[in-house]
Design a protein around this ligand. Sequence first.
Ligand code: CP
Length: 328
Amino acid sequence: MAWKRKDVLGLEEFGRDEVELVLDTADSMHEILRRPIKKVPTLRGKTVVTLFYEPSTRTRTSFELAAKYMSADTVSIATATSSVQKGETLRDTARNLEVMGADCFVVRHGMSGAPHFLARVLEAPVINAGDGMHEHPTQGLLDLYTMRRRKGRLEGLRVAIIGDVAHSRVARSDIWGLLKFGAEVRVAGPTTLLPLGFEELGVKVFHRVEDALEGADVVNVLRLQLERQKRGLFPTVREYAKFWGIGRERLALAQPDVLLMHPGPMNRGVEITTEVADGLHSAILEQVTNGVAVRMALLYLLLGAAEAERPGEPRPVEAGAARAGGED
Ligand code: CP
């Protein structure tokens, strides 16, 4: 299929074939990451802006590296030291950056829908890097990519998503993505941290963590989002760790070859023990590497592939050509 989307805002609106195109393209990009010189000329002359109104280590850095590995220029706007502090609106900030020549915006914002708003007012593509408690589509794609690489399929996988589901944009994107492939999605967490209405989507909701873990092929542990909690959703962090934390004994309830995932950053000793986070089943650092490949794929599809559609110009890099050569 051909890529037609201007923006990447959420996996809810993605078709299964679009997700497959991103994951297949990421396979070619992953090969570039294994080269001694990780550089292809695909996005030479393009400028990618990362505009983050919330902190980030993985998402922002992996987008910047993804852009650099494809020879794009990158500009990182730190809102703490920008004119946002003088009251400049999101729209004005982004429009000013666009008229300076930005070709793509990667946006994280605490308000759900902020990237969608920018997508309407900007001509350049907008990628949602996490909006409030709504979606984190690139994390969802890298999670699906990691599961597919390690398990060879998504269809029929039993995936247990454990913890603070209510505040998790990662959980929402994972769920939208996994359901499109016929995975069995289970969620478990304290009742106060489980949103209503998930059963209607086809998700299995559990109120005991052990029941959700039984026979799972993948366990995705969510970060307890202490910064987004209202008071009284659970008694203490210590009690949360005792009843919902994933350690060796609980993980043993899953399949013997279970894949353990966490989007990061981890609260070690709270939602996950150090023993399993750094243990044999853990794919947590692999997720981070895969995140670079998936973000390279998205930048290529949004910027490089569209460029290649211009008549009379050669395609800058085919997914397959990236695999075959094309180092800068
Ligand atoms: N997983 C994730 O979004 O991590 P960062 O907050 O570090 O970007």
